[in-house]
Ligand binder design. Structure first.
Ligand SMILES: Cc1cc2nc3c(=O)[nH]c(=O)nc-3n(C[C@H](O)[C@H](O)[C@H](O)COP(=O)(O)O)c2cc1C
Length: 495
């Protein structure tokens, strides 16, 4: 049974030496460089000339991860909050906007009633969003010839709440012995039929057409975080042509891509993959008290071995990853003409500590069961292994760097310099401090006051029906009435 451990907070590590000593004490591999480099001397400022995306060569190694805000209109259109987020993506200086945010390919596939929907009715809004980003980038950096923008296409599957923020309407790939209970799956009727999947594939193809017509360079066919297409990758127990062997579990991806190309759509392709998973976690009941979540412990999986309900785990011990199928999947992506692979892990809904390592849990999470640096290092090392295995012309984006805080650039420089990843993707840090790379390259130093401290308010807010954003550090959100409500919610949880 894990005990509460005393977390060493990153800001208490005053030098690179102290950071390295702490990393060594954790017995993990997380190398970093001595200083933050400026200008062309930084590996993060090196262009990626070998691979063109829609005719463009990326001129730096910074990618903005998809970050949704739970803040669209209920028709899936764009609001001022969405526009502002995309403008800040543009101002960041990142040359790869990897997906912007998850956009549902159909209304019933939304994870919340305010998720963007990519359909003909919202085309003008999406075009406006793209333009806002391009203008913001051009104003600050002079040109957009090397800026690559994608739209992330999704169906939320098990996590659908399309109509009411508090009503789950899940549609799943298969019945899951642990997750069904957590996410209100009670009947086989919630499982997709093969003929429904054919329709769904058509929705993805249509969404890719709209993305191309609106002006996106690529679409990301999202296979991560427990959402629908990720869940299909672990549909080992599903009968029929979309379950069982690897070939069947990846059929949806093949059919979406062949549908996109059959229509003559030349849009480039990316895939965001949760390359590994663990069983679901929950707060340790023995160490949870009123108002205080205990550290995460795995749900009891002993009755479900060998574990056939997750992608990228060791079926004999689903607390260990196994990359065999991730290698196969990435090879398949390359064969299908995918150029960008963005690697992530697990799911924010059932094992957030492996997906977005944080010092402070969201309200539906648990205290960290391990030093969050262990989670960061796990993802970095997985990307390194998969990239080493993969065809050379695929570009890789790595995830989960935000927890590194003061040492983010030191680690990112090492990772890129040594070819462990082509690009460094930033999620939560982007909300708090979008110009982190621009500052680093200009000044060789960061503004400590705007560094994301992983308070998880950007997750706690939407878990409680509020828009997402960086409430602690971005005045735009701290000044909103939602901030008062968020503080009340957190206080009530503590009481
Ligand atoms: C508020 C919020 C919204 C997110 N939205 C998306 C999304 O739309 N699509 C996606 O693939 N990942 C999404 N993520 C996950 C991030 O892209 C990223 O993988 C995660 O935050 C870990 O990276 P980080 O350590 O840089 O934050 C979201 C994360 C947060 C905190």
């Amino acid at each position: 049974m894990p005990q509460m451990f005393k977390l060493t907070r990153i800001p208490t590590l005053k030098t690179v030496g102290e950071f390295r000593n702490h990393v060594a004490s954790l017995r993990i591999e997380l190398p970093c460089e001595e200083t933050i480099l400026t200008g062309a001397g930084s590996p993060l400022a090196r262009p990626l000339e070998g691979v063109l995306i829609n005719g463009k060569a990326l001129s730096n190694r910074y990618a903005i991860q998809p970050m949704e805000g739970w803040d669209g209109t209920t028709n899936g259109g764009v609001t001022e909050d969405v526009l502002r987020r995309w403008q800040r993506f543009g101002q960041s200086g990142a040359k790869l906007i990897y997906g912007g945010e998850a956009m549902a390919v159909r209304p019933d596939g939304r994870a919340n009633p305010n998720q963007l929907i990519i359909n003909d009715a919202n085309k003008a809004d999406l075009a406006k969003l793209l333009q806002a980003l391009l203008i913001a980038h051009k104003e600050r950096y002079g040109n957009t010839d090397d800026l690559v923008i994608g739209f992330q296409l999704t169906h939320s599957g098990r996590f659908c709440k399309p109509n009411d923020k508090s009503r789950m309407e899940p549609r799943v790939a298969y019945r899951h012995p642990i997750l069904d209970q957590k996410f209100n799956v009670t009947s086989d009727e919630q499982v997709w039929t093969d003929s429904e999947i054919e329709q769904l594939i058509g929705n993805y193809v249509e969404a890719a057409r709209i993305a191309w017509e609106v002006g996106a360079d690529f679409v990301d066919i999202k296979h991560c975080h427990g959402y629908l297409l990720h869940e299909f990758l672990s549909a080992f127990t599903r009968p029929g042509q979309y379950g069982g062997p690897f070939e069947n579990r990846t059929r949806i991806l093949r059919e979406i891509i062949s549908g996109i190309r059959a229509g003559g759509n030349k849009i480039e392709l990316g895939v965001r993959l949760s390359a590994f998973d663990f069983v679901p976690f929950r707060p340790d009941p023995a160490l949870s008290q009123a108002g205080k979540l205990g550290p995460g412990v795995p749900e009891d999986f002993s009755r479900f071995l060998p574990y056939r309900y997750a992608f990228g785990v060791n079926p004999q011990n689903p607390l260990e990853y196994d990359l065999t199928e991730a290698y196969q999947f990435v090879d398949l992506c390359a064969k299908l003409g995918v150029k960008l692979v963005n690697l992530s892990a697990g799911s924010p809904y059932y094992n957030p500590h492996i997906q977005r390592p944080a010092a402070y849990p969201p309200s539906d999470g648990y205290q960290p069961p391990e030093d969050p640096l262990v989670g960061v290092a796990r993802q970095i090392n997985v990307v390194r292994q998969i990239k080493a295995h993969a065809p050379r012309d695929l570009l890789f984006v790595g995830s989960a760097y935000s927890y590194l805080q003061e040492y983010l650039l030191h680690v990112a420089q090492y990772v890129v310099r040594h070819g462990w990843s082509d690009l460094i993707g930033l999620g939560r840090m982007t909300l708090a401090y979008p110009t982190i790379l621009a500052d680093a390259l200009e000044k060789g130093a960061l503004n400590a006051r705007t560094i994301c401290r992983t308070f998880s308010d950007c997750t706690t807010a939407p878990r409680n029906g509020l828009i997402s954003g960086c409430y602690p550090l971005d005045n735009y959100y701290s000044a909103k009435p939602e901030h008062v409500r968020l503080k009340e919610i957190k206080k009530a949880v503590r009481a």
